[in-house]
Design a protein around this ligand. Sequence first.
Ligand code: AMP
Length: 296
Amino acid sequence: MQRLAHPHDIRAITMQWHSEKHTIAFVPTMGALHEGHRSLIDEARARADKVIVSIFVNPLQFNEQRDLDSYPNTLDQDFEVCLSAGVDLVWTPSREDMYPDNHGTMVVAGIQGEQLEGAHRPGHFDGMLTIVLKLLNAVKPTWALFGEKDFQQLALVKQLVKDYYLDTDIVPMPIIRESDGLAMSSRNIKLSQQTRRRAIALYEALMTVQDAAQAGYADFSNVIQSMHQRLNALEGFTLEYAVLVDPESLVEQMVLERQLRFLIAGSFENEGQPVRLIDNGPVIRLSDKTIPLQYS
Ligand code: AMP
């Protein structure tokens, strides 16, 4: 397994691989790797001749300095994970490598990036899209794998690829969860035992909506309203949003006429410092689950 830092070196090796007609699967991460990242890497390994994992905590996508400063760093363990998963190349650039003094431009996320996460994290998606464009252009992978855990991010990355004619297939990957349902996240290691127990509220909210869909509910206004009340009453928790949206446009919906997506975000007060968590999942109409009759 190789480890490289500078984008020029990444360009050199990936251009060589492309000239040798190798397929490349790429997994961009911010490190502190867990089973969620590992599932992306395993899928990359199963698809491609060459697997690249990048580890870079991108300062441009952090709207709070404190969040950036406290972002977990487990680089030695991350190398072990990559080695055991059969990764060919780990890309660990420095901030200067990615943003030298003469770096001048940025991608703007636009309207799609202003709602939900964007509304609570101003500038986050501009920073995210800027680094993703840089990473994808350096590697020019056949496939790039992204988790549904960051559902809005995934939608925006697909839009980026479309808008800028990037020659990469974006592969969405399902959310990997802890045994009690909490979505795996690098930020989970910051949770105290007490907050960790409370954090399950996000998954429970998702279950509430999915159960209501199972029970045949169509209008979700009351379900969402009472959920908001419950979450707002939760001690040490600040709800940012809990909404049903169209999975393509991310426009809010209240009526389940087709498959929707439930998205939730909030922050837990954790030993004097907030820890922000997100989660989401599909909400499927009862009748969409029935298998259509086959006539012969
Ligand atoms: P991050 O290191 O948080 O930037 O995440 C890197 C990639 O891993 C992103 O595409 C995330 O959506 C994905 N990811 C993070 N957590 C999970 C999870 N629990 N399940 C699946 N994918 C995940």
